[in-house]
Design a protein around this ligand. Structure first.
Ligand SMILES: Nc1ncnc2c1ncn2[C@@H]1O[C@H](COP(=O)(O)OP(=O)(O)OP(=O)(O)O)[C@@H](O)[C@H]1O
Length: 254
């Protein structure tokens, strides 16, 4: 099976200005390589500051890598053509409620995504919005709701609707489930698994919740100070971590 996403030797350094003449270089990622197939989930695990969010930002084009290659379906991703990939890779960050415009009805928000990124006509857009809301267990009427009218779990579904309305191939979930209480999280996890099966969707799951990692991911990559300490099938990494750092991290998070 060919890879949907291939990342080769990706590196990123930030420069922090500490005063007029002092600058500090922070190597957030160093030579990171991995691949991900359609319909599979890769978990990215690591302590605070290990580079997880930087990786997500590079993949969605918010930050630019210093070096390395990102390939989607075999084609190198040009950050300057990001609109082209916006359909393929979508992301959800931690707090769904903060990522939604409180003054905009959900239907309008979804309509904006479609108008910006597709050539669908108004009738087709209305149909697509209805289909997407239903696919996520929401109702047609929810298009007329403002974000504050939803519960936490429903808001996460709205954030998923916004991410999935363009039928992406890869969804990046950056700590996206951590704010939910366990029962809501379980509902969203089941929904994610269902959507993955139905649509052959790949997930990049950034989390330190090891239950989620074990439940959802096929492979996992462990980051420490921007470097890979372990990478492989999740069960294998849990059973026999290569690196002492991974063993300690897994023990501390269990
Ligand atoms: N915009 C930035 N400018 C300077 N340094 C940054 C910037 N963004 C991240 N960093 C630094 O890069 C390193 C990696 O940060 P990153 O946010 O990717 O880690 P993380 O693993 O996602 O952490 P967390 O779990 O806390 O979100 C850290 O040392 C961080 O301080």
């Amino acid at each position: 099976m060919s890879n949907l996403l291939e990342v080769e030797q990706l590196s990123k350094t930030y420069v922090k200005h500490l005063g007029l003449f002092r600058r500090k270089r922070i190597q957030a990622l160093h030579d990171i390589s991995f691949s991900l197939q359609s319909g599979k989930t890769l978990a990215i695990v690591g302590e605070t500051g290990s580079g997880k969010s930087t990786l997500a930002k590079l993949l969605v084009g918010i930050e630019k890598p210093d070096s390395g290659v990102i390939r989607l379906a075999g084609e190198p991703v040009e950050i300057s053509h990001y609109k082209k990939y916006n359909h393929v890779i979508r992301f959800i960050f931690q707090d769904a409620s903060q990522s939604l415009n409180p003054l905009q009805k959900v239907g309008q928000m979804l309509e904006d995504v479609l108008r910006f990124s597709t050539i669908l006509d108004p009738t087709q857009r209305r149909t697509k919005i209805r289909q997407t809301l239903r696919q996520l267990g929401l109702l047609d009427e929810h298009a007329e709701f403002y974000p504050h009218m939803f519960s936490g779990g429903q808001l996460q579904r709205v954030a998923l609707a916004r991410a999935l309305i363009l039928d992406p191939k890869l969804l990046i979930l950056d700590q996206a489930l951590s704010a939910l209480d366990p029962s809501l999280r379980a509902q969203i996890v089941n929904l994610l698994l269902e959507l993955q099966q139905k649509n052959d969707l790949a997930y990049l799951l950034i989390t330190n919740n090891l239950q989620l990692v074990q439940h959802l991911s096929d492979d996992m990559l462990v980051l420490s100070e921007g470097e890979t300490t372990d990478y492989g099938p999740t069960a294998e990494v849990f059973r026999a971590p290569r690196h002492d750092y991974t063993r300690k991290l897994l023990n501390s998070l269990l």
